[in-house]
Design a protein around this ligand. Structure first.
Ligand code: C5P
Length: 283
């Protein structure tokens, strides 16, 4: 049997840091939404107990350091499964970009193995297992538009209809999430009102939602990489409704309700950055 799981990228319409926890992690409040830029995880039964991981992207580690590989190991360990599996990971989402690429691949692997091995695990169960792999994995099990709180483990789907275009610009460098989180000063960090953002989105009030969108990590990432601010400014000048960094960066997304505007943003960014994607927001 062969299972093909689509793994969509995410963007953060809002990301707020509530404070540092005793374990060094942070309490977060985020609104995440999927976009139509996808990796594909293809899972096939494999004789013996070997895990074969292949990818079109030669920069991916194809071993225990990969979240896909970790997901297989974790599921086998938890349920005493001895089966082998062959996985092909078709990467389209840029790596170390703030687009949740590794997390969405792990989530797709868990969903796919749940089917392939007929485990019958609930979404909630898969979210809990995913949380052992990474903080963004529980959200990625659901995808779509969600309010995410706690360390990332509390996921509340939001019935939002955001029929907008997003232009994603990935600068030439990557950012390590851990490095950015280390710089957080909970007393001075720029806050984002996620409750009001959620209310505006649920009321389908696009202008109000734009006013409440924001990312608490943006200032830190921009101070280390001023190029991110340049991307934002250029996108706004080209007519974006908003231009915001996603996750800990460095990718910046522009939202455009109007497709022609999105095309204009794409054209203005093409000579500036090599990786530019025009995608639909999947809420
Ligand atoms: O969970 P994950 O490995 O994806 O997190 C990457 C890094 O992000 C962690 O090492 C931590 O520094 C930071 N983080 C945090 N608080 C969270 C989630 C992530 O400080 N709630």
């Amino acid at each position: 049997m062969e299972i093909i799981e689509k793994a969509p990228a995410k963007i953060n319409l809002g990301l707020d840091i509530l404070g540092r926890r005793p374990d060094g992690y942070h309490d977060l409040a985020m609104i995440m939404v999927s976009v139509d830029l996808n990796d594909y995880v293809t899972l096939t039964d494999w004789p013996g107990d070997e895990i074969i991981l292949e990818s079109n992207n030669c920069r991916m580690p194809l071993n225990e350091r990969n979240d896909v590989y970790k997901s297989v190991c974790l599921l086998r360990e938890k349920y005493g499964i001895k089966r082998g599996v062959k996985i092909h990971l078709e990467k389209k989402i840029p790596i170390c970009a703030g687009l949740g690429g590794g997390s969405t691949d792990a989530a797709a692997t868990l969903r796919g193995l749940n089917q392939l091995w007929q485990l019958g695990l609930s979404q909630e169960h898969l979210r809990n297992i995913g949380f052992e792999i990474g903080s963004d994995v529980p959200y990625c099990i659901e995808a779509g538009c969600s309010l995410v709180t706690g360390k990332g483990e509390v996921v509340e789907p939001l019935a939002v209809d955001l029929s907008s275009w997003a232009v994603l610009v990935k600068p030439h460098f990557g950012i390590s999430t851990r490095t950015i989180f280390k710089e957080i000063d909970p007393h001075t960090i720029q806050r984002v009102d996620i409750t009001r953002l959620a209310a505006a989105l649920l009321a389908n009030d696009y202008p109000q939602a734009l006013a409440y969108m924001g990312n608490s990590l943006e200032d830190i990432s921009i101070s280390k990489h001023p190029f991110i601010q340049k991307v934002k400014d250029k996108m706004m000048k080209a007519g974006a409704d908003i231009a915001l960094m996603t996750g800990s960066g460095p990718t910046v997304f522009a939202l455009c309700a109007n497709e022609k505007r999105a095309d204009r943003v794409v054209n203005s960014m093409k000579g500036f950055c090599r990786e530019v994607y025009k995608v639909r927001v999947l809420s």
